[in-house]
Design a protein around this ligand. Structure first.
Ligand code: PRP
Length: 209
């Protein structure tokens, strides 16, 4: 599938995915587990961030410390991506947050956009797109194209569950984007749902099934 896909393999992630897949997991638990699982992924996603040196005065003497070199912009795709934002903000409180509103037309499976709001200087920032599901890849590809049109060039995508069809589309259309997933599932069904998957993440987070 190419070098720009990283499947983050960790026992705690595998355990948490099992809770998320379980159809009997209620929304309140689903939200908490999604946040915890995203934190586990965030550690890996942020591993290559560059640092700048900064002096820090301890109670005893002055020594060298560090700050993040680049501005970070988190971009959740509404709605389901919202469930991943707080986990990243816990770790990178200085990050700014842009929003992309997209939903997938149930007939055509094509993304329909309805909301965009971004901080300035996307061209100088590292962009981290958040969406738990990468199914056909239409939504995330549209989000990446939109961000590139506005100057973004350093883009990471973080998704919990991906289908091979979506990964192929994303890596073909945007080979420069680094993709992180917790698991690559088997396939899409005729309605574009990931199998075995976890159902509709947005509905399960917000209790709108
Ligand atoms: C789901 C999911 C992704 C998209 C994935 O959102 O959260 O955004 O579908 O499908 P794709 O890869 O085929 O584009 P949905 O359209 O259900 O909207 P929601 O988050 O508002 O529930």
């Amino acid at each position: 599938m190419g070098n720009n896909l990283l499947i983050i393999d960790h026992p705690l992630i595998k355990r948490d995915l099992t809770y998320l897949r379980d159809k009997n997991t209620p929304s309140s638990t689903f939200r908490n587990i999604l946040r915890r699982l995203t934190s586990l992924m965030a550690f890996e996603v942020t591993k290559d961030l560059e640092l700048l040196s900064r002096e820090v005065e301890t109670p005893l003497e002055v020594t060298q410390g560090h700050v993040l070199r680049d501005e970070i912009v988190l971009v959740p795709i509404l709605r389901a991506g919202l469930g991943m934002v707080d986990a990243f903000l816990d770790l990178i409180p200085e990050a700014r947050v842009g929003h992309i509103g997209l939903y997938r037309d149930e007939e055509t499976l094509k993304p329909v956009d309805y909301y965009f709001k971004f901080p300035k200087n996307l061209d100088k920032s590292i962009i981290i797109i958040l969406d738990p599901m990468l199914a056909t890849g239409g939504s995330i590809c549209a989000a990446v194209s939109y961000l590139k049109e506005r100057g973004a060039s350093r883009i990471k995508v973080v998704s919990l569950i991906a289908a091979p069809e979506g990964i192929t589309k994303l890596t073909t259309e945007h080979p420069d984007v680094q993709i992180y997933v917790a698991v690559l599932d088997r396939q899409l069904n005729h309605k574009g749902f990931i199998l075995p998957g976890l159902g509709d993440a947005g509905d399960r987070i917000f209790g709108t099934e």
